[in-house]
Design a protein around this ligand. Structure first.
Ligand code: DX5
Ligand code: ZN
Length: 212
């Protein structure tokens, strides 16, 4: 079963609400992109208060594209968000981030940028709930899909067949097919969903990419 998770990357609480309302009928979960202007050259809402004031049934995962996630995670854990993704490239305290989430019932994934080798996260793979592969450079909607990550995912899946794989960036029915064949089960999609007129249909197409 493939899970399609629409991503939300916004600069205001209003935009957040608009996007939540647009996808709420079609999915169970969303992926909120948080960017700090340091780890990536873009800035989004800060997020904590916006998420706390939302009235939604959607489950919320937070993608921390921020430097030193260890300084943010404790505050995030107070919010209703239940899934967290942080970058190995952004911290020397990955263990601290994982431990903080593991003290709760919430889940944690470690993210790797397109050029970051698996070796960099080896020590943490057993401890995280999933691995999050970036297939674009992080920070924006509409980045270019980095084809070589498909091989990286295949290798990873060979060595860690039981570890859930999430992929983020440049998801279309074409890339979704390659990625699910490579072992991914969770796909985070932004522009493909937001740029389509019929969001429900776009999500359906990504769910069964072989049918295109
Ligand atoms: C990219 C973000 C992604 C982004 C995906 O930096 O982490 O979650 O929203 O958008 P698309 O699907 O347009 O690449
Ligand atoms: Zn993301």
């Amino acid at each position: 079963m493939i899970e399609i998770i629409p991503s939300i990357l916004v600069k205001t609480g209003e935009e957040l609400l608009e996007k939540i309302t647009a996808i709420e009928p079609y999915v169970e979960r969303t992926h909120l992109d948080i960017a700090d202007g340091i780890f990536v050259p873009n800035m989004t809402i800060l997020g904590f208060e916006e998420v706390e004031s939302l009235d939604t049934n959607l489950k919320i995962g937070v993608h921390l594209m921020v430097s030193k996630p260890e300084n943010h995670i404790v505050r995030w854990l107070e919010t209703p968000a239940d899934k967290f993704i942080f970058h190995i490239e952004a911290t020397s305290k990955a263990q601290e981030v994982i431990d903080a989430v593991k003290e709760t019932e919430k889940s944690v994934g470690i993210a790797v940028n397109p050029q970051t080798p698996i070796a960099k996260i080896e020590a943490f793979i057993d401890q995280v709930d999933f691995v999050h592969f970036m297939t674009v450079e992080p920070g924006f909607y509409g980045g270019e899909f980095v084809e070589s990550v498909v091989e990286k995912i295949k290798d990873f899946h060979f060595y860690y067949p039981d570890k859930p794989i999430e992929v983020d960036g440049g998801i279309t029915p074409e890339t979704a097919l390659k990625l699910t064949e490579a072992g991914a089960t969770m796909l985070v999609a932004g522009s493909y969903i937001w740029d389509s007129k019929d969001r429900e249909k776009a999500i359906e197409k990504l769910k069964s990419p072989a049918a295109i």
